[in-house]
Design a protein around this ligand. Sequence first.
Ligand code: DGJ
Length: 741
Amino acid sequence: MIRSMKKMTYCLAFAGFVFFQMKALSQDSGTIHFNAETKVFRLDGGGVTYAFGVNDGDELQPVYWGHAVSLQDKLAAAKRLPEAASFDSTANTTPKEFAGWGGGIYTEPALKVTFPDGNRDLVLHYVSHKIDGNTLTVTVKDVERAVVVEMQYTIDPATGIVGRSAVIENKTTSPIMIEAAAAATWNLPQGTDYSLRYLTGRWAGEWHLQKQALLPGEVVLQSKRGSTGHQNNPWFAIERGEHPDEESGDVWFGALAWSGSWRISVEQDQLQQIRVTGGFNPFDFGYKLLPGKELKTPVFYGGYSHAGMGEASRILHRFELAQILPQSPTPKPRPVIYNSWEATEFRVDMPGQSALADKAASIGAERFIMDDGWFGQRKDDHAGLGDWYVNKEKFPNGLKPLIDHVRSLGMDFGLWVEPEMVNPDSDLYRKHPDWVLNFPGRPRTEQRNQMVLNLARKDVRDYVYGFLDDILAHNQIAFLKWDYNRNWSEPGWPTVAPDEQKQVYVEYTRNLYSILADLRKKYPNVEIESCSGGGGRVDLGILGHTDEVWPSDNTDPFDRLSIQDGFSYAYTPGVMMAWVTDSPSWVNNRTTTLTYRFLSSMQGGLGVGANLTKWSDADFATAKELIAAYKGIRETVQHGSLYRLVSPRDGSEQSVTESVSIDRKQAALFAFLHSSTMGYPYPRVFLKGLDANTTYKVTPIAGALRKDSPASATGAYWMSHGVDLELRGDLQAAAFRFDAQ
Ligand code: DGJ
């Protein structure tokens, strides 16, 4: 009797515990559990469950990743899969969380090491673990040698995004050479009905969304360029099912927080298992780890959406805003900026910039940014990089008069810098030719007449930090546009031992991050933009240190619709700067109205980069009106939930986005028409994400609804009945705000 009472009490207590946990889960808290009986680790949060276990061979094996399952659902213990054939050993049939290259595996390893005695076999087994709040550390070790990996897992309670990284420690008595180090391998349920999405591009043509079926074999997304690159972005998404769409279906996605050379490999192996492995790019990689030392990989974030790609993007956006950005969890909205580049290029001087500042202030700009050309002997891109003193011919009394003028107009002041570069025609290069990446005696390839300083060197790191510190200490600067206009060549580091030179791939990026971190610490009110000839350095690593990014040098407002659409798959509009520039656009010689250009740019952080000295009174009036309207919706656009209602991709004639504020009290709708054909009306637009029972009043920002449209209606109406827009012609645009009443 007593025993059964005890059992009942235990059952009730357990039920209470489960109820408590379920409640906690439904309130978006994160939990991490280890079931000692099944040896399964379980991370729950944001409607997602991620589980893996210690299998019967002491390896870490994935168990489940997807929509949250109840804590009452028992997840099966991890169990090695049998040999499928003499060619498919257990080592290959059994998926792993983090595989060392050893024991005969043919899939992508997470870690590959060479020991001084020639041994290259590494088989990692579970040792111990520690749970500390939302962080789990699992320690694994080679079966024979003292190479230890601490695998770190975090779960974001709000979004369910899991962060994974590894710390590799050499506890042997000799140095080891690390030849490949990934942050993590993500495993998806076995199957063949998957498709992969990823982002590709080039200078002025970034953010193309690609889609392909995941077939047997391997797809490699990567940069061997020394930095993130325009060509691929370190983000992926994998959809399941024949007809996944924007708002339904399972989507797994990931983003790597690293701004150096990187690689993400996506495999469907011979047994139809899907693995995604990402981290440092193993190409040309070699990290000599001395005894007692450790190498920390970047963090590879992974998330899951049960409601299609649209929700996958919104989850990532929320995570970036709340967890990644330096001002997280409440980043300030991006101010409306003016940037001088397209107006004056290198021809900056006191009278010209002051005149632009006057005009920028008159339309409501809040920040004035002087771009390239203000320093050293910089007349064009042949000289000056590296010499960070103010050019006296252009600014005889330094920057102060311009900054004072800008500030007196009610704007703050931003300045362009390209700290990691040097022109051979510069005092810095003449004094320190050895400071650039180079192989002695070999040609030094120039791109845009410039070379890359080796930031991995301490003296270079100190120089770069030093001049930036000096500029910020002596000028009232609110913002740095940090540019980076080429990729690496001849990545040599001749002043360290030959077997340490490849560490440049790690140390360079670490020093970049440390400079940014130190500057932010000393100047907490200075904001920074990551620019690399447009969108060449956008990733979750740099976003941990910068407030915004420049997605592309392509400012054609029509091209920009698909650029911004692609960007939004991985990154929040809250960091996406977008300028209104002159028409016809230098990129395509395309002519557009000022309103079209504004509405295209108002879907992100709004900027103006046009030559204001050439604007008419009517242009100023339009700009003033639209900037004022933008300020009324920018919180919604930048920090709200983005719905890509109609994609501009694949030759679509329309493009529609909708942003809904977090409290669902406001929505902003932007609609574009490339070209009317055959007299067809604009397709009806169905809003999303509104509160069905709330009444919203619609106000045009530009353009009009069809005459028979109501001036206000419930969220249910706007979402189910939809809204008809009066858009006809070529390159037309309209925008509306919906406010809860
Ligand atoms: C490339 C940037 O993307 C442009 O906006 C501009 O800053 C130029 N560099 C200046 O050289």
